[in-house]
Design a protein around this ligand. Structure first.
Ligand code: ARG
Length: 467
């Protein structure tokens, strides 16, 4: 017989798949990493089959023992993955069947469609916790740098033009907020993943008397009160890839946030800004120019954002227009997810490492923030306090700035006579405005960059991040 061996579904075929087809269609090269989740799913499924009387207690025990052995082999790297068995599910099932006769009953009332959906939901719950851990690590690194920066001031920028003075700790704490929202987002993804699709079968459930709630509970798909959470529509259960898109979205947004941080660090480390030095361990040199120290880690972080967005786009495009229910296209949902996971985890570790060794240059920061023009807005506020409407005050200060510029004198050194001629509300004490300490102390409202507020915020973060 010319029929090639295809162990699992070959019954109605007269010939096996072409070599090229095997290479083209296998997924075990990337989905083998689902093995721990696949095994957990199979154990729970077997327990349920026993619970409803579809297999005996003995058979269930044999299946569990066999799966435990396979899990150990896989963990030790001793398991022989075979691409001709297509995917992680068939590889494990086949290996189990060779050792445990009862394994022939394991796939009762189950399809690879609900199996892979379950595996991935277990993966997402695990992966979200991993990412959360790395997000917290990056936050701790940023917080340590902010604390170390103390009351160092730098210019804050809009349009990349010097705008107003801020504590650099305040600037860094903005990223703590972003990463905190990322953590909330990943927690929501984990919650969305927390519904058990097992029992949906290929698409239409099963005629056998299974207990979906039992399996869900065994796998930890439960709500806060321990009640099982099972998906409510068998067709949606095997066709739905929303959680994939949500996970990739959350990862893409992490990428976007850290790309902005990376860009700030790159600018600050440039000779033009020179606000900080980056750690050697996360920089590289030039093969040609001996003097160079390049911020490669930060540049790669910026690049990763593109890759993470690409993965999101892949998933949205993969699922758009797909007819219900399962289609093999969906096999390609995994590489972008695994890539987003791996890259996000690694990028966050790099963020932690980079900020850990960064150091602000106190003198350079002080020089940059010394420009009195950064306090032009404070001068407008001074006029407002003297009863001048803000729009008029803005105009008046504009005229003062212009005078300073045309006469080539620093703003705060203009003679009183000249400025009070522009507006009589500019009294002898007008120069008191050009004091960075005063400017900070006065910014005392919630979320503002004054020293007391910043200290309060950092204390809040310290508490939050040491839980
Ligand atoms: N490897 C497949 C995937 O990842 C598992 C489901 C296969 N189902 C099927 N009907 N061929 O999507």
């Amino acid at each position: 017989m010319a029929k090639k061996k295809q162990a699992t579904w070959g019954g109605r075929f007269s010939t096996g798949p072409a070599e090229l087809m095997l290479t083209f269609s296998e997924s075990v090269s990337f989905d083998h990493r689902l093995a721990p989740f696949d095994i957990a799913g199979s154990k729970a499924h077997a327990a349920m089959l026993e619970h409803v009387g579809l297999i005996s207690a003995r058979e269930c025990r044999a299946i569990h023992r066999g799966l435990n052995r396979i899990e150990k082999e896989i963990a030790k790297g001793e398991f022989a993955w075979k691409s001709e068995l297509e995917d992680v599910h068939m590889n494990i099932e086949q290996a189990l069947t060779e050792r445990v006769p009862a394994a022939a009953k394991l796939h009762t009332a189950r399809s690879r469609n609900d199996q892979v959906a379950t595996d991935m939901r277990l993966f997402f719950k695990w992966a979200c916790a991993q990412v959360d851990d790395r997000l917290a690590g990056a936050q701790r690194g940023l917080l340590a740098l902010a604390e170390q920066a103390g009351d160092i001031l730098i210019p804050g920028y809009t349009h990349l033009q010097r705008a107003q003075p801020v504590q650099v700790a305040h600037h860094l704490a903005a990223y703590l907020e972003m990463l905190e929202r990322d953590r909330t987002r990943f927690a929501a993804v984990a919650d969305a993943a927390n519904w058990c699709p097992l029992g949906a079968g290929a698409l239409a459930g099963t005629t056998l008397p299974i207990d979906r709630e039992f399996t869900a509970k065994a796998l930890g798909f439960v709500d806060a009160r321990g009640r099982p959470r099972v998906t409510q529509n068998s067709m949606d259960s095997v066709a739905d890839r929303d959680v994939f898109v949500e996970f990739a979205t959350a990862a893409a947004l992490v990428g976007t946030h850290i790309s902005r941080l990376a860009e700030d660090l790159i600018l600050w480390a440039s000779s033009e800004f020179d606000f900080l030095s980056l750690p050697d361990a996360f920089c590289t040199g030039s093969s040609l120019m001996p003097q160079k120290k390049n911020p490669d880690a930060c540049e790669i972080l910026r690049g990763k954002a593109a890759r993470l967005q690409g993965n999101l786009t892949t998933l949205l495009t993969l699922t758009k227009g797909l007819p219900l229910t399962y289609n093999r296209d969906l096999q390609d949902d995994k590489p972008p997810i695994f890539d987003s996971f791996d890259q996000t985890v690694m990028a966050l570790e790099v963020v932690a490492g980079t900020v850990d060794g960064a150091e602000f240059k106190v003198d350079k920061c002080a020089a940059a923030v010394a420009d009195p023009a950064l306090l032009a807005t404070d001068l407008a506020d001074y006029l407002v306090e003297g009863g001048v409407p803000f729009r008029e005050a803005h105009h008046v200060v504009g005229a003062v700035v212009k005078l300073a510029e045309t006469s080539g004198v620093p703003l705060n050194e203009l003679p009183l006579a000249a400025v009070s001629e522009i507006h009589p509300a500019l009294k002898p004490d007008w120069v008191s405005v050009f004091n960075l300490k005063r400017a900070g102390v006065r910014r005392r409202g919630t979320g503002m960059p004054g020293p007391r507020q910043v200290k309060r915020q950092l204390t809040r973060w310290r508490k939050r991040l040491s839980d």
